[in-house]
Design a binder for this molecule. Structure first.
Ligand SMILES: *[C@@H]1O[C@H](CO)[C@@H](O)[C@H](O)[C@H]1NC(C)=O
Ligand SMILES: *[C@@H]1O[C@H](CO)[C@@H](O)[C@H](O)[C@H]1NC(C)=O
Length: 364
């Protein structure tokens, strides 16, 4: 409690510069065991561990939140033509995925980037299986690392950005269903299975938010008000039972859509000189704050919906904070962690090959 007040007080004191500095000992950094692996996305597993995937290594890593110990699991190298091969990967094949998500079947799922396959880490056996979607042979499946996944009640949903489809992988049957996005070349990307039992997703190039009825297959699309909201990207936060929030690459903002009225809200990033910061991923803490990472600025930013106040916490060991932070870290993954009596904000700094976390209340 006192620590929370201290954090708020610090925010006020530093508001002239627009960047908040908290004591560096509230940050912990975990260097990843695979050199040049480049950790990217983050997720909390049903087992209370924190998972990260690598941009440049076919592995998924799990971090023990009590000891910070890291364990890695190899993702077998298979291709659509040789689905059962498990060639050694030499630990560094550049497939450029940036997705790890928890399935509601108790397992973790990992995207494989250009390979365009779905990997599953079974949390009982720690075996990794690789599944090939039906159209994976299309060369245009996932030409960039911009795709995402979300664990629904029965299926793991995934976007194939350049193939312009959403797919559902059934946990039990291991079969894929494919949904074509109506707008051509829309680049479907971030997604969340929302409280209205529909899958909502962003269309980064189509400049729309989509809603997929997973039973009927019907897709509704809602155009975002460009340029106020431009290039909707990662959508991972729902608040108040009716609002969904997503990062916007070009408008340097967090956009919101009301699920009932389909009205948009835009919250511009107020960090100094942030025009090229590229808000990347969002996550919700237990106090209802929406946090977001920025690709080029080494900051952890948050706001509460409805409030005009925004806080931008500097990640330590940054020499230059703005407009592009140095060292250039590539901050993409950000994930709230509220298990095991902890209250932490985890984040990745890919280029620095590390995962960090901020003790939010200074109580550890
Ligand atoms: C891959 O292995 C599965 C399970 O052992 C088998 O059913 C399938 O036929 C194999 N596929 C190929 C192409 O060898
Ligand atoms: C999906 O569509 C069906 C058929 O139109 C409808 O009955 C159902 O309520 C819809 N579900 C959602 C979550 O919108």
């Amino acid at each position: 409690m006192f620590a929370t007040l201290f954090l708020l007080a610090t925010a006020v004191a530093a508001s002239a510069a627009g960047i908040t500095h908290v004591p560096a000992n509230r940050f912990t950094f975990i260097n990843m065991p695979t050199p040049l692996g480049l950790p990217c996305d983050l997720a909390v597993g049903p087992d209370g561990y924190v998972y990260t995937n690598y941009l440049l290594a076919s592995k998924v890593a799990r971090i023990n939140p009590k000891t910070n110990e890291v364990t890695e699991f190899d993702i077998p190298y298979t291709t659509p033509l040789a689905p059962n091969s498990s060639l050694p990967t030499a630990g560094g094949v550049a497939f450029a995925p940036c997705v790890v998500r928890a399935g509601q079947d108790g397992n973790m799922y990992i995207a494989t980037g250009l390979r365009n396959q779905l990997a599953k880490l079974d949390l009982k056996t720690f075996k990794v299986s690789v599944y090939t979607p039906p159209n994976a042979l299309q060369p245009v499946g996932n030409l960039q690392l911009l795709n995402d996944m979300w664990g629904g009640p029965k299926d793991m949903f995934l976007s194939q950005s350049s193939a312009n489809v959403i797919q559902a992988f059934n946990y039990k049957t291991h079969k894929f269903r494919t949904y074509q996005v109506p707008t051509p070349e829309s680049n479907p990307f971030g997604m969340v299975y929302a409280s209205d039992n529909a899958l909502w997703f962003t269309e980064t190039l189509g400049q729309k938010i989509g809603r997929l009825n997973v039973t009927s297959g019907e897709i509704q699309e809602f155009p975002v008000p460009v340029p106020t909201i431009d290039t909707p990207a990662v959508l991972r936060v729902e608040t108040g039972g009716d609002m969904l929030w997503f990062t916007c690459f070009v408008s340097d903002s967090i956009g919101g859509i009301n699920m009932n009225t389909h009205k948009f809200t835009n919250v511009p990033n107020t960090a100094p000189a942030s025009a090229l910061s590229v808000p990347s991923v969002d996550t919700l803490d237990r106090h209802g704050n929406i946090w977001f990472s920025t690709w080029t600025q080494n900051l952890l930013s948050y706001f509460k919906p409805g409030s005009t106040k925004q806080t931008h916490i500097a990640i330590p060991q940054t020499l230059v904070e703005t407009p592009i932070s140095l060292p250039f870290a590539m901050n993409v993954g950000i994930q709230y962690y509220g298990k095991e009596g902890k209250n932490r904000m985890y984040f990745t700094q890919s280029i620095l090959n590390r995962v960090g976390y901020l003790d939010l209340e200074g109580s550890e």
